[in-house]
Design a protein around this ligand. Structure first.
Ligand SMILES: Cc1cc2nc3c(=O)[nH]c(=O)nc-3n(C[C@H](O)[C@H](O)[C@H](O)COP(=O)(O)OP(=O)(O)OC[C@H]3O[C@@H](n4cnc5c(N)ncnc54)[C@H](O)[C@@H]3O)c2cc1C
Length: 417
């Protein structure tokens, strides 16, 4: 069923009883050409592009919970392409371009809103760093505008410009940055993949990886064994655990990242804003809630929930930057398990085991990567060669020292990364 205005009218007049489920409840088959482990944004987009661009139709996505139950449904929905280093910049640039055509591609409203993103800076040194980053972004072909204090004041007049501790010196503005509805991205890719014949198998946990003569030949699951020509892992915060099923040790740690939302308010914040002197960022959802977050909980954990000290830390930064939000009532907080790499950048690469492929290390930034990651991972799975936009996202950079430290990385000793 294609979605369009005519369908809305037709089904609306018929009491909305004619809509069909957006995807089938598929049963696992004995064998597939490719099995993707993880039904989050990356797994679903990979399956979609595998079928769409490479014609690989015998594909299954195995999800231990339900589609969208992981970080794809827990993030703060920021989409941007404002990285400074080669490796990340061409990859996120590629991803943002895919976002810009995604709703037409999927025939699904993912509510992609290019409302603009402003990273505030608060010192001369930080301005220099942001100016350099802005130049790198423009050299990549993307958009970046360096604003001074008055430039920020015109766009965000409600910030506290009088505070003396961390005065606002300006901001790096990316007009094409913004947000999208996170669940809709999962649902849109799930529906798109299903229409191309991909089996989306929910409540199917991968509990083992079958290896024969040094080659991966399939997976063990809670719903039986499944043979596969190729197995791709896209399990985000569970990457180390699932890779360990094949005897691999990944340089990935799992940490909790929390987010928060207030009651619904009238439109007040019409950009995405990040605070350069405290780990705090905020936007307003289309329902009106102020959606915000901050830093990791600072210790490895598999508990998808947060704690009060971090809530206090984040709220403190938020109220410092924009005292007006102190009046809003907070509704909910939640946590997601992040796959943190030591240099804060991802991996899309073949595993050191024939037939196994890795998609991991998304840290706090994997939502905006969903289209690009799916496209590049599908390319790798289908051709065994890296997609040009992801050629530097290699696993062996942690051996060779070709790190991609663009934003903060996190490991056992947070301060050393
Ligand atoms: C609070 C928070 C805020 C964030 N904000 C942003 C943001 O603003 N912008 C941004 O770009 N990124 C953001 N992120 C990061 C982003 O959400 C993640 O990097 C991204 O969603 C991870 O990829 P995914 O969608 O595939 O992960 P997930 O949705 O977690 O998918 C992985 C799936 O694998 C499944 N799985 C795990 N183990 C197994 C197994 N053994 N068998 C079968 N299935 C398994 C899980 O159940 C899960 O559904 C945020 C994350 C959090 C938690």
């Amino acid at each position: 069923m294609r979605y369009n205005a005519f369908q809305i009218l037709r089904h609306g007049l018929a009491g909305n009883r004619g809509w069909r489920p957006a995807w089938r409840k598929a049963e696992p088959q004995a064998a597939y050409d490719a099995v993707i482990v993880g039904g989050g944004g990356h797994g679903l987009s990979t399956a979609y592009y595998l079928a769409k661009r490479h014609g690989v139709r015998r594909v299954a996505v195995l999800e231990k919970g339900w589609i969208g139950s992981g970080n794809i449904g827990r993030n703060t929905t920021i989409v941007r392409a404002n990285y400074g280093l080669p490796g990340n910049s061409e990859f996120y640039s590629h991803s943002l371009k895919l976002w810009e055509g995604l709703e037409q591609e999927l025939n699904y409203n993912v509510m992609h809103s290019q409302r603009g993103l402003i990273n505030l800076f608060h010192s001369d040194g930080q301005r220099d760093a942001y100016a350099r980053r802005g130049n790198a972004i423009r050299n990549q072909g993307d958009d970046a505008i360096l604003l001074d204090t008055d430039g920020v004041r015109k766009i965000l007049p409600w910030l506290d410009f009088e505070q003396t501790r961390f005065p606002i010196y300006g901001g790096l503005y990316q007009p094409r940055g913004g947000t999208a509805r996170h669940d809709a991205v999962a649902w849109g890719y799930a529906r798109g993949a299903d229409r191309l014949g991909v089996d989306l198998i929910e409540n199917c946990e991968v509990t083992g990886i079958a290896v024969e003569a040094g080659r991966v030949t399939g997976v063990e699951t809670t719903r039986g064994a499944i043979r596969a020509g190729k197995v791709g892992l896209a399990v985000a915060g569970r990457s180390s655990q699932v890779a360990a099923l094949a005897g691999l040790k990944l340089p990935i740690e799992s940490h909790v990242l929390q987010a928060f939302v207030t009651e619904g308010l009238k439109p007040v914040i019409d950009h995405v804003v990040t605070y350069g002197m405290g780990h705090f960022y905020i936007s307003q959802s289309d329902k009106g809630g102020l959606v915000f977050g901050g830093d990791l909980d600072f210790y490895p954990s598999y508990a998808a929930r947060g704690n009060l000290p971090m809530a206090e830390h984040v709220l403190e930064a938020g109220v410092t930057l924009m005292p007006m939000i102190g009046k809003a009532r907070m509704l909910r907080s939640w946590g997601g398990i992040m796959d943190m790499s030591p240099d804060g950048s991802p991996v899309i690469d073949r595993a050191p085991l024939e037939g196994l492929y890795l998609n991991t290390g998304w840290c706090y930034g994997g939502f905006k990567a969903v289209p690009g990651s799916g496209d590049c991972f599908a390319h790798l799975l289908a051709t065994d060669a890296p997609h040009p936009a992801a050629a530097r996202l290699r696993l062996d950079r942690f051996d060779t020292g070709h790190g991609l430290m663009d934003e903060e990385g996190t490991g056992a000793q947070h301060n050393l990364h």
